[in-house]
Design a protein around this ligand. Sequence first.
Ligand SMILES: Cc1ncc(COP(=O)(O)O)c(C=O)c1O
Length: 380
Amino acid sequence: MRDSLAGRLPAFPWDAIAAAGDRARTHEDGIVDLSVGTPVDPTPASVQRALADAADSPGYPTTIGTPALREALVDFVIRHRGASPELGVEAVLPTVGSKELVAHLPFQLGLGAGDVIAFPHIAYPTYDMGARFVGAESLPVDMARLAAEGDAALPDPSAADRIGLLWLNSPSNPTGEVMDAAQLAAVLAWARRRGIVVASDECYALLPWTVDEVPSILDPRVNGGSLENVLCVYSLSKQSNLAGYRAAFVAGDPALVGELVAVRKQAGMMLPGPVQVAMTAALGDDEAPAAQREIYRARRALLEPALRAAGGEITGSQAGLYLWTTFGEPAMDSVEGLADHGVLVAPGMFYGEGGAQHVRVALTATDERIAAAAQRLQRL
Ligand SMILES: Cc1ncc(COP(=O)(O)O)c(C=O)c1O
């Protein structure tokens, strides 16, 4: 009898708040949906034009990307992720979305049954899915503790020998916590001593609020000037309102990038040609993400005091698109209470047991909807 993969996966978390969503939709002034981090502002006009101009695309694109895109990726990680100016095109690879990359990286690295995949204990759920897809064991780890205490941070230190891949996510979805350069360096050094690949998911890096910097795994202060066993995973979805284009990339150890290219050439995971052109334009446009950040800053400035006025305590949330908030009660009670006022948020346990008393409040709604949410929260 076939043991279906779908049957072995946990229920899709968002189904659990469908009823709260239905209730929020009955609010007389409509729902304010802050439960998902999907951008709502326009894709930059320059990127839309580049896509349209590249619409005639009869031939297959390449897996590694056009020369112009590869150069744009290199320039971007040098400008924005602290990568060494010596980084070459063999260290970068465009990918179809980063969710897809996160879900399939264990497979593309050859990991499977018997291997362990570690990820932050409160985390974006796709790291766990990627482990499940290949039959590997999932290991949630408090990465700040791992940086400080090494092996002692693991529930079972003997598991360290079986870890093949370790995910970092700074700024974090959902907590918005940022790891500093010393913490990243400590985790990387610990992993390298064990031959573990470290993949650092950094897609919220251009949205810092209360920190001076969001260091990258590509930064020589973190990796000691070597990219060995290092991958930076990055996405333009959030910073450039490009979620619909599925424009993302990995950058790091040329040997690992070469492995991914070899697998992906066989598997057919090329980024569509017109999207390659649009992505090249987006990577070269620093003004659009800077302007978008100011839009989110204003939304955050409305929502943060309103959540506090409603009795919420905000923790983490140093960067990124979410306010990680606790009302000192089980997360579903908060979700339901806010849904009564037409505001839908995500319960923290979607992201791990550590989120049991938190809700994740996204900044991704229009100015008008954010203002409506702030008003409702102030009145609570
Ligand atoms: C931490 C993290 N990684 C990856 C993704 C996926 O982004 P995309 O697939 O749009 O590139 C998200 C999206 O919410 C995320 O929060």
